[in-house]
Design a protein around this ligand. Structure first.
Ligand SMILES: CCCC/C=C\CC(=O)SCCNC(=O)CCNC(=O)[C@H](O)C(C)(C)COP(=O)(O)OP(=O)(O)OC[C@H]1O[C@@H](n2cnc3c(N)ncnc32)[C@H](O)[C@@H]1OP(=O)(O)O
Length: 303
């Protein structure tokens, strides 16, 4: 069952790998415990860094795209390739996803990828968002989010795809799916992930109001599993990883599959329609206006 799921979840990522020249891919990971992937275009600095400890089988995947780790097409592509390499490495059993930035885990989808772009580009971007979700939500590895900063929208989604979430206890940080506040609508697979995490009623209210939760509120509704001082987030992630890795892989993986496969299959069988829906929604004049106003608000906050 786990293999069947693994195979079906892997299909979309062939697309990700094929977007990069084979010559740009580093060799087998076991020979390279720490690496960063170079961008396929514009930027030369890698947005993802991976450190694998082969003795414990635990990797740490760092998002390092200043200023806010917004999920751009480039970041998503690097992210998926890095995770796929870890998935293929038999010595890796668990991955901790975190940020190198001081105050932000991830600001969610890069709004500039959705504003003023061609339908073709929007479609390519959305496919990459789907791929990130499929890859993390469908991972056979133990996945732990070490949320060491704010985590709105797509950042919250990424952490909800993990098996366990540990957040830094800092009153300035918040987490949630705030899409409606931007005038946009989270698709069914965002919604299902939220429902599976916090339950139907909490998700219904949170999604409609676009609620952002403080750490203690997130802990209270079960959006995060643990709240720890900022400097203990990674340590707590490693401690929890040890507990999760004490369970035999096959039993844990089959159980995870039972919980997640229905939503994964639903997206896999509707990928093209989901992309078309996104493109026709996001390119509407009224939605573009909402995004522009939201971006202006973000920028004027500093003025
Ligand atoms: C049908 C569609 C479904 C779509 C599903 C998901 C949608 C999303 O994920 S949409 C993204 C929603 N994200 C947000 O609402 C987060 C907005 N950002 C913030 O709240 C703050 O930036 C944050 C708390 C993350 C960090 O705060 P600060 O440390 O104070 O940084 P700044 O606010 O000063 O931001 C610095 C710089 O980054 C730009 N920025 C921030 N977020 C994004 C983003 N998501 N995409 C693109 N750019 C972003 C911000 O505008 C600043 O830019 P400059 O003014 O040019 O410096």
């Amino acid at each position: 069952m786990a293999n069947a799921w693994r195979n079906s979840a892997k299909i979309p990522f062939i697309g990700v790998l094929s977007r990069l020249s084979i010559h740009s891919l580093p060799g087998r990971m076991s020979h390279r415990p720490c690496w960063s992937l170079q961008q396929r275009n514009s930027s030369t600095s890698p947005k993802i860094k991976v450190e694998l400890d082969s003795s414990t089988g635990v990797a740490v995947l760092w998002m390092q795209s200043a200023p806010v780790n917004s999920l751009s097409l480039d970041l998503l592509t690097e992210f998926c390739i890095s995770l796929e390499k870890l998935e293929m490495d038999k010595s890796c059993r668990g991955v901790i996803i975190t940020s190198t930035l001081p105050k932000v885990f991830s600001a969610g989808l890069d709004i500039l990828e959705m504003y003023g772009k061609s339908p073709e580009r929007c479609g390519e971007f959305w496919k990459a968002v789907q791929e990130m979700w499929l890859k993390v939500y469908g991972s056979d590895m133990v996945t732990i989010a070490a949320i060491n900063g704010s985590s709105p929208a797509g950042g919250c989604l990424l952490s909800m795809c993990c098996d366990y979430r540990i957040m830094a206890d800092n009153p300035r940080y918040s987490i949630g799916l705030n899409e409606t506040k931007l005038g946009i609508v989270a698709p069914f697979w965002f919604k299902d992930t939220m429902v599976k995490t916090v339950g139907n009623r909490t998700a219904e209210v949170a999604l409609q109001l676009g609620l952002m939760y403080s750490g203690p509120e997130a802990l209270n509704v079960g959006l995060v599993d643990q709240l720890v001082p900022q400097d203990q987030v990674l340590t707590a992630a490693h401690e929890n990883m040890t507990k999760w890795l004490a369970i035999p892989d096959h039993a844990r993986q089959i159980t995870k599959s039972m919980m997640r496969k229905p939503t994964i299959d639903k997206l896999l069988s509707n990928r093209e329609a989901d992309i078309s829906n996104f493109v026709s929604f996001i390119t509407k004049d009224s939605i573009q206006r909402s995004l522009r106003l939201y971006l202006e608000g973000l920028r004027s906050k500093k003025a």
